[in-house]
Design a protein around this ligand. Structure first.
Ligand code: TXA
Ligand code: MG
Length: 351
């Protein structure tokens, strides 16, 4: 299959520009498109054929449910069998934006979209291209991140091309996304709202609106423990991982730097290709040529935005051992460290 690439300027695009993409969606084809978090791989959420195409293109296990993207709050009432007060409050506070809610599903949502579950994940994105695509096509768009299963999520059209070119109908290139980590997922089907995946909308922000909110213990876990299984099916898989072995080094800055330098030295001596992922503030402590600066500790957003691109870069380099500094795990840092720990397969070293 030839994948058509459509260049669209998110700040300025005409009424006609997305028509072809809308037609692909109406015909149960697949269109990758930018959202404010990561690029999504979209298909018609209410047609099981489209969902099956998505699973096949990504090489994704079909028990891993998809998020349904909407452009108006009223669609919640069509897709969810019950819309609790908490969902109304969250939609008012954070939609359109990087928040996904899990609710009991309505009958019109096929189980192929929900991975066989009786619940459905719903999100209203704020990216202008995503918004217009949903609105103009008249299709509720099921969209996982537009990467091959197990690879880092795409934050640029080039990443989607790398993974899915030739396997899907169209890619809308709207440039680099803003946030760079997938949406926060909050499950509203239990007694207490529960965060299943941390993201740009932090626990503190959710608590401000809802009061009591818990976090799935698997999200906070710093090791793989028997008996602790993530409640979002997709969170249990090895994910976001570069091909090389990523090690995260924790501790006092000075010791972290010294410890990474030592490990770099040892691995290079053994003949391995080595890379270091460091904050902007400490990047110059490592040999140039092997160090990749991920962003500033003073701006967690810059770290979030750069993470997946750097993990992909590690594969382009052919890095066999990768040593990364760790980051604070409060606020947005919780999402950053959650993704880094998974990418590292929970391989952490204390300096
Ligand atoms: O930011 C995002 O959410 C991006 C963009 C494209 O919107 N999408 C995204 O989709 O990250 P995906 O498929 O890569 O991740 C969806 C996650 C998976 O971990 C999945 O298991 C979980 O959401 N999920 C979906 N429906 C669920 C449900 N009914 N119950 C529990 N978890 C669910
Ligand atoms: Mg994904």
């Amino acid at each position: 299959m030839e994948t058509k690439i459509l260049q669209v300027n998110p700040e300025q695009f005409g009424d006609e520009e997305l028509q072809e993409a809308c037609q692909v969606l109406r015909n149960d084809g697949l269109v990758a498109f930018p959202t404010e978090t990561v690029y999504g791989l979209g298909g018609n959420a209410l047609h099981k054929e489209a969902a099956n195409h998505i699973y096949a293109a990504k090489g994704r296990p079909s028990d891993n449910p998809l998020i349904v993207h909407i452009s108006e709050v009223k669609s919640l009432y069509e897709l969810a069998a019950d819309v609790p007060e908490a969902a109304k409050k969250l939609s008012e506070a954070f939609w359109p934006g990087p928040l996904t809610m899990i609710l009991p599903k309505a009958d019109i949502v096929p189980k192929s979209t929900t991975g066989g579950l009786d619940t459905v994940a719903i999100r209203m994105p704020s990216h202008p291209i995503a918004k217009e695509l949903i609105r103009q096509s008249g299709v509720y768009i099921a969209a996982p991140s537009a990467n091959l299963s197990g690879r880092p999520s795409p934050t640029k059209a080039e990443h989607v091309i790398e993974d899915l070119s030739g396997c899907i109908d169209m890619i809308i290139d709207g440039g680099e996304v803003g946030i760079g980590l997938e949406s926060t997922i909050v499950d509203l089907t239990g007694d207490v709202p529960m965060v299943l995946r941390p993201g740009y909308i932090t626990l503190e922000m959710l608590r401000e609106v809802l009061g009591n909110v818990e976090v799935d213990p698997a999200v906070l876990s710093r090791e793989v423990k028997p008996g602790i299984v993530a409640k979002a099916p997709g969170m249990k898989y090895r994910h976001y991982a570069p091909k090389g072995q990523l090690t995260i080094v924790e501790g006092e800055t000075k010791q972290v730097v010294a410890s990474i330098l030592q490990m770099v030295h040892d691995k290079q001596k053994e003949g391995y290709k080595v890379a270091v992922i460091a904050a902007q503030e400490t990047a110059n402590c490592y040999p140039s040529g092997i160090v990749y600066s991920i962003g500033s500790r003073k701006c967690e957003g810059s770290i979030a935005a750069g993470l997946y691109d750097i993990l992909r870069e590690m594969d382009h380099l052919g890095a066999e051992y990768i040593f990364a500094e760790s980051f604070e795990d409060d606020n947005l840092g919780q999402a950053i460290m959650n993704r880094m720990l998974k990418a590292a397969g929970y391989h952490i070293v204390k300096a």
